[in-house]
Design a protein around this ligand. Structure first.
Ligand SMILES: *Cc1c(COP(=O)(O)O)cnc(C)c1O
Length: 956
């Protein structure tokens, strides 16, 4: 396809022009793009024909198609509840965060000096969760409430000192999707789960009896319960602690503004979903799940944790605490496989709290509670007694034999309520519920319109919250729109995202997230659907899901896809569960070994462990490929018990390995399944199909290859794609027959279609590019990577290349020899790149002491050159150290990044201020100023502060 004459959008998505391609090919020394692909991609795996995807459509046409799909959803008022509620996203937050590329195109804050804005927002999130749950340490988001319950299960299992065969006890009022996801996870680990009514448990003997005369390691309660009831769990908690078990409360942040927080009645862990803090329901997600823990458990928290530390000038600065633990997910020693989380949504939820403040939040909660109480009184006056005396926002109502009729009557009035069973319905009130809607619901029950009460708590005094929360100034300052706008701007200005320049991260594919792709996600027809809304109201979004599944099959060569996993890690887990179920169905349940090459992403091994598999590492050959001799040895050793191999293709070394087809054959011969980690699919789309060259299952990352923006560390979507023999074992969902096969492995996400509301982004990308455009993107990504490698090879050795001397879509620059010679580290180079106006490449993954660069197809030749020239200039700075002109410790590299403040302070460096701030080629008009200097991570880990610090925290 011509990059100059092709469809408009393709030309806008792909950076280089036709003439640039010629220049780049010249630098690489290859005659044509076709020749480059022929030489770099092994012939044996090349797709034989063009992608079977429709031709590209224009941006206006794609928006029109999306409007048409949207119009086939029917957005009714949702009073379904069950963890998802109507909420008003403050417009100032919607426009300036959710619709602002400064926030949504940012990367995970692994380079904290250029991520202070989102790190502050995440610290605010942790403070909100910690204050409201009454537990001292909260993490920076989990994937959803149901997976958070599952994470709490494994945390409690590790922390409880009880027998190995002890069980997990769930109260009967835990949300049904949380029960189901927890059962999926527990099943893989061989943990037994018992669901029972725990309201009357008073002592350790009662607890044991409830568990069917078994020891218990953990208890989970929903607070308030799924049916709405507010229960005092103190006696149960004391009983659990007596028995050596831990207690998790799955809870609701809005209710906790009025309810005694779990931390005050003894819970060890609190989890939940922050959705109703301003994040639309979105047919199930994305939203930020959360977890907080009592002291003593902070080092076992899954996911990321933001902490406070100091920079080189002693100024306070934020960074990910205990980060090395998290960045590499600790492989088989992992306690969780979470990498991509829900940063953007956590930021929105935190800003909802900043915007409303503690008083505003309590007022919203009282208003919601008052409406629910009013509805209960109206029902009572009409002779219908709600089932529970104590509730916050949800009423369960007995309507013997009439529940279908009542649900229907509500539907006629434009409202979805929940059918619990033939004799009961439930109704949830939220901040968006109007008096008219309450009157309509009352009419559906055949009673008179309610009068809202004043919102005074109707539950026991023992559960009325008396403690303060959100007293920090950040929650009590930015309450005017002018103030809020400026606070959001100030934070965004501290960060480097794709709206400033290239983010050349290996393995993460930071490509264009086009505005047209983003546009529809905030349309009410997609944003305001409840995930459990009746299927006839969600026709449009499910059509879109079907389209996308079909296209992903066409691209990957697999037969079936599930979009339910809400991150790559969850796709991995789902894929491994499918493999396990398949072996079991074949009577080979002894197959439990998962081979993983040494270079694999940390999530691979962590997912294997979660799926109940035993990890066996396969060595890497000196050339960077999987060591085939070692593979053969491991196959011999484990053949009988081999379940699968997990390989990334092209490998995390950035190379198309010639041996992939042979590797797949060997594993299949040994009776194993081949899991191909598809995170690097940006090098394959239109060129080769993992489902055809030997893979049985892959996960893809829509937040890498398919343009869902990184969001500063989430959201993501990690579809799992399988060949037909594994299709019966894809995820399904207890509350949605449409979500997967009856024979499925159970749900891996809370919502039937995971993070459904961001799927229009990837749908739009495929429509806008068409088959030829997608292929051109892949070819250009490979071209750009080879161009960067060719330009930088003389300055920094490229660690691995294929037999042709070419690489795939990314390359590893080996700094180790230079570090040895000069003392200048990868850290020094990464931080110095900030002075030059760049986000650093991936550091020390998959090889310590190296940088991995993936330019993607979206960067122009001009931007690629700007990056290469910065790297070459840095190489010259390193040479000065090698030549003895300056000591590493005094060099401009070691003191990077330089803030504006540091330039105007006393200056006793052997380099000038101009050399520090405007090194070769930096355009003063485009200068990005880091807000802090290099951050001391170790200091922060020794003095762990993970919520908004009081200013005194930094006094000497
Ligand atoms: C990003 C990545 C993953 C994990 O995906 P998440 O969405 O972050 O969970 C797994 N494998 C590889 C090779 C990756 O690059």
């Amino acid at each position: 396809m011509s990059l100059d004459a092709g469809p408009d959008f393709v030309r806008r998505h792909i950076g280089p022009r036709e003439q640039d391609v010629a220049t780049m090919l010249g630098t690489i020394g290859v005659s044509s793009l076709g020749a480059l692909i022929d030489k770099s991609v092994p012939g044996g795996i090349r797709a034989g024909r063009e992608l079977d995807i429709d031709a590209a459509a224009s941006e206006p046409a794609v928006i029109a198609e999306l409007r048409e799909k949207a119009s086939r959803n029917r957005v009714l008022t949702s009073m379904i509840g069950l963890g998802y509620y109507g909420t008003h996203t403050p417009p100032v937050v919607r426009r300036n965060i959710l619709e602002n590329p400064a926030w949504y195109t940012a990367y995970t804050p692994y380079q904290p000096e250029i991520s202070q804005g989102r790190l502050e927002a995440l610290l605010n999130f942790q403070t909100v969760v910690s204050d409201l749950t009454g537990l001292p340490t909260a993490g920076a988001s989990l994937l959803d409430e149901a997976t958070a319950v599952a994470e709490a299960m494994t945390l409690m299992r590790r922390a409880a000192k009880v027998a190995d065969d002890a069980v997990l006890l769930l109260d009967a009022q835990v949300l049904p999707q949380s029960v189901a996801v927890t059962q999926t996870r527990a099943g893989a680990l061989g943990i037994d789960v018992v669901v029972a009514d725990l309201r009357d448990v008073r002592d350790a003997a009662g607890l044991r009896a409830a568990a069917g005369d078994r020891d218990v390691f953990g208890v989970v309660v929903q607070y308030p319960g799924a049916a709405g009831e507010v229960v005092d769990w103190r006696a149960l908690t004391a009983a659990a602690h007596d028995a050596g078990a831990l207690v998790t409360a799955s809870t609701d942040l809005l209710a906790l503004t009025l309810l005694t927080p779990p931390g005050e009645w003894g819970a060890d862990v609190a989890v939940g979903n922050s959705q109703r803090f301003g994040v639309p329901m979105g047919f199930g997600g994305p939203h930020a799940g959360f977890m907080s823990v009592r002291s003593g458990l902070e080092r076992t928290l899954p996911g990321r944790l933001v902490g406070v530390s100091l920079d080189a000038d002693g100024a306070p600065a934020y960074r990910l605490a205990l980060q090395t633990r998290e960045q590499h997910i600790r492989r088989e020693k992992a306690t969780s496989n979470i990498c991509t989380a829900q940063v953007l949504l956590a930021v929105i939820a935190s800003m909802y709290a900043v915007w409303h403040g503690p008083e505003g939040l309590a007022q919203i909660a009282r208003d919601v509670h008052g409406k629910a109480v009013g509805l209960a009184e109206a029902l009572r006056a009409g002779g219908i007694e709600p089932v529970h005396k104590s509730f916050f926002d949800t009423l369960t109502v007995a309507v013997p034999g009439r529940s279908d009729a009542v649900v229907e009557a509500a539907l006629d009035r434009g409202i979805n309520i929940w059918r619990v069973d033939a004799d009961h319905v439930s109704v949830s009130v939220d901040e968006t519920t109007t008096d008219e809607q309450l009157a309509a619901v009352a009419a559906a029950f055949g009673v008179n319109a309610p009068q809202a009460s004043d919102g005074t708590e109707i539950w026991d005094d023992a559960l009325v919250r008396t403690s303060d929360y959100l007293t920090h100034p950040v929650f009590n300052t930015h309450h005017s729109e002018t103030g809020m706008l400026r606070y959001l701007r100030a934070l965004a200005d501290r960060d480097y995202a794709l709206d400033r320049g290239m983010i050349p991260l290996g393995s993460c594919t930071m490509k264009l997230n086009a505005t047209t792709e983003m546009e529809s996600i905030t349309w009410p027809e997609f944003a305001d659907l409840h995930p459990f809304a009746p299927a006839d109201q969600t026709v449009g979004i499910r059509e879109l899901i079907d389209d996308l599944e079909g296209w992903l099959c066409a691209i990957t060569g697999y037969d079936a896809v599930s979009l339910q996993p809400n991150a790559g890690s969850q796709g991995e887990f789902a894929g491994l569960l499918a493999i396990h179920a398949y072996h079991q169905a074949n009577g080979e349940s002894e197959r439990n070994v998962c081979l993983i090459p040494a270079s694999a992403h940390g999530t691979n091994a962590a997912s294997a462990v979660m799926a109940g598999l035993k990890v066996v590492v396969v060595k890497t050959a000196p050339t960077g490929e999987v060591d085939m001799d070692d593979l053969k040895l491991k196959l011999k050793q484990h053949g009988e018990t081999l379940a699968a191999i997990m390989v990334t293709y092209p490998s995390t070394h950035g190379v198309f390995e010639d041996t992939i087809a042979e590797l797949c054959d060997l594993v299949h011969e040994a009776g194993g399944q081949v899991y191909i980690d598809g995170a690097n699919l940006n090098a394959l789309v239109g060129v080769a199909q993992p489902g055809q060259f030997g893979g049985d299952v892959s996960h893809l990352n829509l937040h890498k290859t398919f343009c869902i923006p990184h969001g500063g560390g989430g959201p993501g979507v990690g579809p799992v794609a399988v060949r037909s023999h594994l299709a019966p074992y894809l995820p399904n969902h207890p509350l949605s027959a449409e979500a997967g096969p009856d024979t499925g492995v159970g749900p891996v996400s809370a919502a039937p279609f995971g993070s459904a509301s961001i799927l229009p982004i990837s749908w739009a990308y495929v429509r806008l590019m068409g088959g030829a455009g997608l292929t051109a993107a892949t070819e250009t990504a490979i071209l750009s990577a080879n161009y960067v490698a060719a330009r930088l090879r003389d300055s920094f050795p490229v660690l691995y290349a294929g037999q042709s001397g070419l690489i795939a879509h990314e390359c590893i620059l080996d700094l180790r020899p230079l570090t040895k010679e000069s003392g200048v580290t990868v850290d020094d180079v990464a931080k110095r790149l900030i002075d030059y106006g760049f986000h650093a490449p991936t550091m020390s993954f998959p090889v310590a002491g190296t940088l991995m660069v993936e330019p993607t197809e979206s960067e122009s030749l001009e931007e690629l050159d700007r990056f290469c020239e910065a790297m070459i200039a840095i190489r010259a700075e390193i040479q000065d150290v090698i030549d003895g002109k300056v000591a590493a410790a005094d060099s401009v590299l070691r003191h990077a990044p330089h803030t504006a403040l540091s330039l105007t302070a006393d200056w006793d460096h052997p380099y000038t201020r101009a050399e520090a701030a405007y090194p070769a080629g930096v355009d003063p008009l485009r200068k990005y100023w880091a807000p802090v200097r290099r951050i001391d991570g170790a200091y922060g880990d020794r003095h762990l502060i993970c919520s908004c610090p009081a200013p005194e925290a930094f006094e000497d």
